[in-house]
Design a protein around this ligand. Structure first.
Ligand code: PEP
Length: 257
């Protein structure tokens, strides 16, 4: 679908998780910078590097149409929290975004809906745009509880600072599709995205909900990106595995050109 027909500008976001060293990151940035300089993309581009890489990635991508984000942040503004990173530190290092509520954080670190909401509030206090991840597990889908889970996660996430909308994005990431190679069909993604946009309308008003990008995440590849982005409420992608390879990620970016 050409960008001119889309109500929202798509976003392609790369979540590197705990991958890539400095030399790999530098090569990735060079390839993405050169490609986007050669021809502008119809999609906005965001990259979430590991914390030690953020400043170098920001420097390598200076002047490129790419924003940087932190993969996590602490709910408090500063203090005695060994090993944690604050929203202000992310901003200072060059970030514009913060990933909040990724299922790996919810699972590995026991992050509750309330913790995710507090992190969203911390990001907004520092002017970072939260990219809020939500999605059901395989068991929840099998039990027919997908919409109940999405509604709960969305309600909790927006309990604080809903007035800041639309300075945030949602990422629908069904847990069963993350890193499994089992991508949601375009129909499943569209159904969940439409549900989220409707519920968002109830929380912040339809007009503002219509402006919020809702990304899909879960085993997105160069082969399935075009069919997913063709759906009306799929406004781009949050990509893990396939984002580590600059060429694959560029193909995903350009799926909305
Ligand atoms: C993710 O971790 O946000 C993700 C979607 O991972 P993958 O693309 O590897 O499924």
């Amino acid at each position: 679908m050409s960008v001119g027909r889309r109500p929202r500008r798509p976003i392609a976001a790369a979540n590197w998780k705990m991958n890539l060293l400095r030399a790999d990151a530098a090569a990735w940035c060079r390839a993405v910078h050169e490609n986007l300089d050669a021809a502008p993309a119809a999609s906005d581009v965001v990259v979430f590097p590991g914390f030690p890489l953020i400043a170098e990635v920001a420097a390598a991508l200076a002047g490129a149409p790419v924003e940087i984000g932190g993969q996590d942040l602490h709910p408090q503004d500063k203090g005695a929290h060994t090993g944690d990173v604050s929203a202000a530190q992310l901003r200072d290092a060059g970030c514009a975004w913060a990933l909040c509520g990724h299922s790996e954080r919810r699972h590995d670190h026991g992050e509750s809906d309330a913790t995710v909401a507090a992190k969203i509030a911390a990001a907004l206090r520092q002017g970072l745009k939260p990219m809020i991840c939500l999605g059901e597990t395989r068991d929840e889908r099998k039990a027919g509880r997908t919409f109940e889970v999405l509604e709960r996660q969305l309600g909790a996430a927006l309990e604080v600072h809903p007035e800041s909308a639309p300075a945030f994005a949602l990422a629908y990431e069904p847990v069963w599709a993350i890193g499994t190679g089992e991508t949601a069909t375009p129909e499943i993604a569209q159904e969940a995205h439409r549900f989220l946009r409707e519920r968002l309308g109830g929380l912040i008003g339809e007009e503002r909900a219509a402006a919020v990008p809702i990304l899909y995440g879960g085993s997105v590849t160069p082969d399935n990106a075009a069919s997913l982005i063709a759906e009306e409420d799929v406004d781009g992608f949050l990509v893990g595995g396939a984002s580590l390879d600059a060429e694959k990620f560029l193909t995903i970016i350009r799926s909305s050109d």
